[in-house]
Write a protein that binds this ligand. Sequence first.
Ligand code: ATP
Length: 265
Amino acid sequence: MNIKVPQDHPRAESLRIRERLIENYIKGIVAQAGLIAHGRGEAFDYLLGEKTTKPALKAIKAAAAALLTAKKPVISVNGNTAALTAEDVVKLAEVTNAKIEVNLFYRSVEREIAIKKLLENAGASEVLGVGDAASARIPEISSERRRVDPRGILTADVVLVPLEDGDRTEALVKMGKRVIAIDLNPLSRTAQKALITIVDNVVRAMPKLVEVAEEMKMGGVDKCREVLTKFDNERNLAESIKIILQRLSKIVEKGEIINLGEKPF
Ligand code: ATP
């Protein structure tokens, strides 16, 4: 494949991300449906202005606080997450002392092993949920995503699910887990059901989450608890939706297209 994206292309970054997903699709890491899911995400990214908004940053701080105060945090990784942010998954696991577990909607041992290898090449020392290791079942889910590792998601108290589907988010919440989602669509069931929703692109949210977690770790547990108490996911989601509304009404009012990245909201 390897189409060279011209540096001066106005959508160079977005095209490079697509190329990365396609390459990883060819390697068997990303599923066909993962490519389509990315398209849905891109559309919302466009509407949000393709940057980390204030409410996203607020959710990132709450997420870092939840991971740092967790007894058993787990980062759940699917094909798209591995393809786009493997290094940051590993860094975040180190900073927050979290386990990494592969969890796929379109499960095959080959894909699981390919993702495990990618994570190991990025520095992961242990990757859960591969093959027979995913021997436990989450109740109420029909897809292959119900299979989890007893050492990971099954017994976790906090689960970070970058790019999750609504059913599983709901099931994990019902199991009493504090679920943190990263989802560009503030209207998705995942975004609505998670306890902390970061409405941002994983490629921006994950490195920021690593950075914020490193800072907050220095600040201590009490500060983390304070951040968590003050965080209101419903209100924060409404703020993200408001940003989309404001951007659209600006276009309508001015009769012109907003220059992407023009102003921080
Ligand atoms: P739900 O079941 O939660 O209602 P859905 O059916 O829309 O969601 P899926 O198709 O399972 O969701 O997954 C795609 C989701 O992932 C979309 O909500 C999309 O916004 C989000 N997404 C895709 N790519 C990215 C990305 N790079 N960063 C953040 N979110 C993304």
